[in-house]
Design a binder for this molecule. Structure first.
Ligand code: FAD
Length: 400
């Protein structure tokens, strides 16, 4: 079941007089060709072994896709975010999983926007070429969760170094990354005027530090996620990105890109489920006809398709605003919310369409079902997005 059928994507719903974005059809085709070399059997094996899809990540890197957003002057492709979205959408649509490496696409933006000229020159070309991996993002902590500004990991300046103590949880890909983008407190919360102050971002070279312990966490999906423990971990003072104490705003800056790209992955997941379910509903013959002639099967597929196409337009809109340098917060958040919901609706529909066979590993439905569920929780949970819309778009009282 590695083949999928080609359904219209929703592009036809966009008025060509108001171009929201290009379709990037050549890039899409090339990504599909690359993904065809990594069929369901490849991902099932990785999933069973809980092993990192090294070959897939290397192939994406070699093709230049992970450096898509890095400007050409630093060796990247200098593409807009809508091209990166197209790449990740196609990866997921093909049944592959971009989670093994997608963070590099949006994390490098923090270095690009807020790093010094020296840091950009030192790191971005090697990240673009794949010689250095920037895949690990250490924000979440076990005791503070979504309440990011209360995080407790402390980085205290000591001469030409910072000394880091604390703990992170769910730091994905830390075992397979050279660099870690770390958010830590440089001023304890009690000594700040506002919760957003006193947080700083560091680019930590994990290859050369002592005092860092990485413990893998086995989860319901193959995600290479870990816990990090910092015990007097000394890092050079020039690991600091931008100004000390301004780190929270730098992280927020990168979040719209993250929401748009993860939203694109969810659209890809939704398309995977819709295309598989449509094909199966045509092929599966029960009670003397294809199950897809029954409205109990056909309508949920049609509804999932409609919701995917609508969510996809919101992803396009968010990308267009982001690229134009306009405020993209509301649309990027809504894109992530709607795309995550569309993927989960399509996952559930697809499982129901496949009946018992949806549970069989060889069809890849159960694996993608598990994988697509993540995006209701990470990188930001649905409630936090609803809270953002309530407060920042609708002017309702703050809930967090
Ligand atoms: C597989 C995986 C990979 C991840 N990778 C990374 C990573 O690479 N880097 C990283 O930093 N983090 C990562 N995360 C962490 C992820 O971002 C968090 O799990 C997520 O932000 C939610 O935090 P939490 O799990 O602590 O939930 P909590 O903050 O404890 O929340 C639990 C539930 O309560 C709800 N809730 C909390 N407060 C409110 C409120 N005020 N109003 C309404 N509802 C509320 C939440 O929405 C959620 O549903 C990953 C998580 C997973 C599972």
């Amino acid at each position: 079941m590695d083949n999928f059928i080609d359904l219209p994507s929703g592009d036809d719903l966009v008025n060509p007089a108001i171009p929201l974005r290009e379709n990037f059809s050549e890039i899409r085709e090339a990504v599909r060709a690359l993904c065809a070399k990594f069929p369901g059997s490849y991902w099932r094996k990785k999933d069973q072994e809980r092993s990192y899809p090294e070959e897939f990540v290397s192939a994406l890197t070699a093709a230049g896709y992970l450096g898509a957003l890095i400007p050409e002057q630093y060796g990247g492709s200098g593409l807009p975010i809508s091209a990166a979205s197209a790449i990740l959408e196609e990866v997921h649509r093909a049944g592959c999983n971009g989670a093994a490496c997608h963070a590099q696409m949006y994390m490098m933006g923090t270095v690009l926007r807020h790093g010094s000229a020296q840091q950009k020159q030192q790191f971005l070309p090697e990240i673009a070429s794949g010689d250095l991996r920037l895949q690990a993002f250490g924000v979440t902590e076990p005791n503070t969760g979504s309440d990011t500004t209360r995080l407790r990991t402390l980085a205290i300046r000591d001469g030409n170094e910072y000394v880091v103590n604390g703990q992170k949880i769910w730091t994905s890909r830390a075992e397979y990354s050279d660099l870690l983008l770390l958010l830590a407190r440089t001023t304890p919360l009690e000594e700040t005027q506002s919760r957003r102050e006193g947080l700083s971002v560091f680019l930590v070279d994990m290859r050369s530090v002592e005092g860092l312990e990485i413990r893998p966490i086995r989860t319901m999906i193959n995600h290479a996620t870990t816990e990090l423990f910092f015990t007097d971990m000394r890092i050079p003072a020039d690991s600091l990105i931008g100004e000390e104490g301004q780190g929270f705003s730098y992280i927020l800056d990168g979040m719209n890109a993250e929401r748009i790209l993860i939203g694109s992955e969810s659209i890809g997941d939704a398309r995977f489920f819709i295309e598989r379910a449509t094909q199966y509903a045509k092929d599966r013959d029960i009670f003397g006809g294809p199950i897809g002639k029954n409205q109990g099967i056909q309508f949920p597929i049609a509804r999932a398709y409609a919701n995917m196409a609508a969510a996809r337009l919101m992803v396009f809109k968010a990308s267009a605003l982001f690229e134009a340098g306009e405020a993209a917060g509301p649309s990027a958040n809504m894109a992530k919310l709607l795309a995550g919901d569309a993927a989960w609706e399509a996952a559930d529909m697809c499982m129901q369409t496949f009946g018992g066979f949806g549970f069989a590993e060889e069809y890849d439905i159960e694996r993608k079902f598990r994988e697509s569920r993540l995006y209701q929780i990470a990188p930001i949970s649905t409630n936090m997005i609803l809270g953002y819309i309530g407060q920042h778009v609708l002017g309702l009282p703050r809930s967090y």
